[in-house]
Design a protein around this ligand. Structure first.
Ligand code: FES
Ligand SMILES: [Fe+2]
Length: 328
């Protein structure tokens, strides 16, 4: 599961919390510059350690009886525990979580012996290197609370059959029927769509920042959209990269964290207009969440049974197959 980009934990002590499979996790950068993950559970009587969504700390201190843990999880301070027979601090480090990075994005896996992340991502090796993803910085994050199952969000992202009607502004810059897919089976799905030459997917239609990478002329004519099973949607533009991170809350409700990443140099320049992209996609996002919510309503009806997919919905169909494979 994706939990965030490494730019959220730049300095030692920077942390954020994430919810994965009903567990609260702490992601923190330790003093040796490693990104670590822990269950947000005190080893004394189980209290949540950190309530904030993010912050900075020198150590992790429990709000209940003030047991204190180092950023690498070791238990350091335990008031009034001296003389407790057989108590050894070394046996009460925070429970660690498997953390690994791909292209600067932090992933966690709660399995006891997980597949190494580089094996999972092997099919994408080098595919996105020209976007410099590890070095980008988010200009803004918008959180959306959507009354729809998370799978409907994936299906919606995976086709542009709906674009002409649902996204008139998007369709003007990027023809709804211009999509071509290059990942058509498996846990990574998607492809690219054309954009009118010299255009960018922004309110003004103009590019809004320094290019995020070193692109060839061809790259400026396309936008790349990939869904990364099970909770990441990656939209790659030349001037910014948009990320959707999904956090299912219940079968009918999904939190979606949307970030807009830019070249770190772009922030200092006159031509930096992040709102031009953010406002555009905030509008398009809301158009999408609305139809996902409509769909959630309809599929909950006793009258509903799935209808056939069109030829323009080959990616949602592939996504369904992958989901069933993952379920075994
Ligand atoms: S529950 Fe954390 S110190 Fe007691
Ligand atoms: Fe859409």
């Amino acid at each position: 599961m994706l939990v965030g980009h490494q730019s959220r934990v730049v300095q030692a002590g920077d942390f954020f919390t994430a919810e994965v499979a009903g567990e609260s996790l702490i992601i923190v950068r330790d003093k040796r510059d490693a990104i670590r993950g822990f269950y947000n559970v005190c080893r004394h009587r189980g209290s949540r350690l950190i309530e904030n969504r993010n912050g900075q700390c020198a150590a992790i201190q429990c709000p209940y009886h003030a047991w204190t843990y180092a950023l690498d999880g070791r238990l350091l301070g335990t008031p009034h525990m001296e003389g407790v027979p057989g108590f050894d601090k070394a046996e009460y480090s925070l429970h660690p979580v498997n953390v690994a990075l791909w292209e600067g994005f932090i992933f966690v896996n709660l399995a006891d012996s997980p597949l190494p992340l580089e094996r999972w991502f092997a099919p994408l090796a080098e595919k996105f290197s020209r976007w410099n993803l590890p070095c980008l910085r988010s200009a803004r994050r918008i959180d959306y609370d959507v009354c729809a199952n998370w799978k409907l969000i994936f299906q919606n992202y995976s086709e542009c059959y709906h674009c002409l009607g649902v996204h008139p502004e998007l369709s003007k810059i990027s023809p709804h029927d211009s999509s071509e897919n290059d990942l058509t089976e498996g846990q990574f799905l998607g492809g690219f769509m054309r954009i009118a030459s010299d255009k960018s997917l922004t309110m003004s239609g103009h590019t809004c920042a320094l290019p995020v990478g070193n692109f060839g002329d061809q790259d400026f004519r396309f936008v790349f959209y990939y869904s990364i099973f099970p909770n990441m949607l990656l939209s790659l533009h030349t001037d910014y990269v948009m990320l959707h991170q999904l956090e299912p809350q219940s079968p009918e409700r999904t939190l979606i964290f949307c970030d807009w990443f830019f070249h770190s140099e772009a922030f200092r320049r006159e031509d930096f207009k992040p709102d031009d992209a953010i406002e555009f996609w905030d509008m398009v996002n809301k158009q999408d969440w609305h139809v996902c919510e409509l769909s959630q309503h309809g599929i909950s009806s006793r009258a509903y049974e799935p209808g056939p997919y069109s030829a323009r919905e080959s990616i949602p169909a592939a996504w369904d197959r992958e989901y069933l494979r993952q379920l075994g």
